[in-house]
Design a protein around this ligand. Structure first.
Ligand code: GDP
Ligand code: MG
Length: 173
């Protein structure tokens, strides 16, 4: 199938927050609770129709490097990135610290406009930490980022997240 635009987008964030689960849910509509932690980095493509244009999202999953704190700037594949989805776990406050680290890293590595979306995943779970909005304000240094609360498990806001990215990138580039 042909497409009008191709956008590489990257999911980053602490290990275990649900990056791979979100991608699988979006692309395949399955949720595997025993998902093995993937190694390396790979992508999958998905076509989205936005206002009569076919947008191809090239969705890159990242894993492994989150454990080694390898900087974004050292990965040449990141150079083409049009958007970063920074994922954290709504039940794990430590994963929000990783969001801060990624924001710094992306800020240092990209001079051009890049779309950054924050995703709090696992909204289906009860034990979510408190004062999310204030904590996000603290780490985002005055900048406003679009925030989605998602569940890969229950498929909440998953399509909405990727549609928002496709639509915003279409308008931007
Ligand atoms: P990654 O390391 O960021 O790729 O995280 P994974 O996708 O491997 O998910 C880590 C664990 O969290 C797995 O056991 C998933 O089944 C679980 N998980 C992922 N998303 C959700 C969610 O939305 N809700 C719940 N309850 N569990 C999730
Ligand atoms: Mg993974």
């Amino acid at each position: 199938m042909s497409f009008d635009a191709l956008y590489p987008i990257f999911l980053v964030g602490a290990s275990g927050v649900g990056k791979t689960s979100l991608i699988i849910k979006y692309v395949d509509d399955v949720f595997n609770l025993d998902l093995k932690s993937n190694v390396g980095i790979d992508y999958i493509t998905k076509d989205v129709s936005v206002e009569e244009e076919e947008i191809r999202l090239q969705i890159w999953d990242t894993a492994g490097q989150e454990k080694f704190q390898i900087s974004i700037s050292s990965f040449s594949i990141y150079k083409n990135a049009k958007a970063f989805i920074i994922v954290f776990d709504l039940t794990n406050e430590d994963s929000l610290q990783e969001v801060y680290n990624y924001l710094l890293e992306i800020n240092n590595s990209y001079k051009s406009d890049i779309l950054i979306v924050l995703v709090g995943n696992k909204c289906d779970l009860e034990n979510q930490f408190e004062n999310l909005e204030e904590k996000i304000k603290e780490i985002s240094n005055e900048k406003e980022f679009k925030l989605f609360k998602t569940s890969a498990k229950e498929k909440i806001n998953v399509n909405e997240l990727f549609y928002y990215i496709a639509k915003t990138l279409k308008e931007k580039f």
